[in-house]
Design a protein around this ligand. Structure first.
Ligand code: ASP
Length: 332
């Protein structure tokens, strides 16, 4: 039986052309993209395409556009075997992480891909990325949100963009890759098993969140301003989840928690995890009620927090779910 795949075009370098007047890359018409890859037509595949209203450079991504794309998936979910989302690489890991939370009980593939060089340009990585992403989406082996880039299939909510120049733009530092494309595509056991529950789509994401990246010498006033700016705060701390033991800082943390803030501690390091209480310098986090985000990426932590704060559930429930593995975003 023919597999039906829906390509959703959202913008990004993959579909960009040079604006001759401004000499910058701008999104172009999606039809041109398919003409550039006739190899996508296959006997075994029915490939349809759809575009969001205004394709964007993904640095302009916004939760309202997440909802626009999620609604395209929701509307077409029953009619397609898998989905390929063409998306700019800059914020692809955020969107993939957000979708893993917004689309609960997925049992079809949602594969994000893009490219470092526009599709029409010589030496572009776009063709291979797109053709293989479509093949993976049609494989029936994937039941989750993934990013496919330069021969590797990554778990979406474990992925970070690590390179602006190399074709290997992504990594999933704390999670094995899900598949590797060589002569054959080799699928790995880390893939999510197919579930039988019905898809539940969540469209409310709160923007009442902030990220505080610590650095030696950061002003207490800066920390205070960021803490006051939002209900949910991700703290990117040093090493294995450490921070200054300065009394003003630790007081800000405990006062924040008392005022009802939800604060999560993750590490600035790509590999490894935050552990509350391993060093004396991480004790203030645990003592004041800061949640340990373990090995979550910043992208997964912030989108998980946006998702949970948008659910209309109690703070206690949010704190409990933040420490629970919901979609494979955190190791035990
Ligand atoms: N700025 C582009 C974007 O994220 C970069 C890319 O697609 O690689 O939309």
């Amino acid at each position: 039986m023919k597999q039906k795949i829906l390509l959703v075009y959202t913008g990004g370098t993959i579909g960009m052309v040079k604006d001759k007047v401004k000499n910058t890359l701008v999104p172009f018409n999606f039809d041109g993209l398919l003409k550039a890859i006739p190899e996508l037509k296959s006997e075994e595949l029915d490939l349809d395409n759809i575009s969001i209203k205004n394709p964007i450079d993904s640095s302009n991504m916004h939760p309202s556009i997440w909802v626009e794309i999620v609604e395209i998936i929701e509307t077409n979910y029953a009619n397609y075997d898998g989905f390929v989302i063409l998306h700019g690489t800059d914020t692809m890991a955020y969107t993939a992480s957000a979708f893993s939370f917004m689309l609960e009980n997925l049992n079809k593939a949602i594969i994000f891909t893009g490219s470092q060089i526009p599709i029409g340009a010589r030496r572009s990585d776009a063709k291979e990325n797109l053709i293989t992403a479509v093949e993976i989406a049609a494989s029936r082996k994937v039941n989750e949100v993934c990013i496919y880039f330069e021969d590797q299939l990554y778990k979406g909510n474990r992925t970070v963009k690590v390179n602006t120049e190399h074709f290997e733009a992504f990594e999933s530092p704390n999670h094995p890759i899900l598949a590797e494309a060589g002569v054959n595509i080799k699928y790995r056991s880390a893939l999510q098993k197919k579930g039988s529950q019905k898809l539940v789509v969540h469209k409310n994401c709160s923007d009442n969140v902030a990220i505080l990246k610590l650095f030696p010498g950061i002003k207490i006033a800066t920390i205070g301003a960021i803490m006051n700016s939002a209900k949910g705060i991700i703290i990117e701390s040093f090493g294995a989840g450490n921070a200054s033991t300065n009394l003003e800082f630790t007081t800000l943390l405990s006062q924040g928690i008392q005022k009802g803030k939800i604060i999560i501690n993750i590490s600035q390091c790509l590999h490894g995890r935050a552990v509350n209480g391993q060093y004396e310098t991480s004790e203030p986090f645990g003592k004041s009620g800061v949640i340990c985000g373990k090995d979550m990426t910043t992208e997964a932590a912030i989108t998980k927090l946006m998702f949970l704060l948008g659910q209309g559930i109690s703070d206690d429930k949010i704190k409990q779910l933040l420490q629970t593995d919901l979609r494979g975003e955190v190791s035990r």
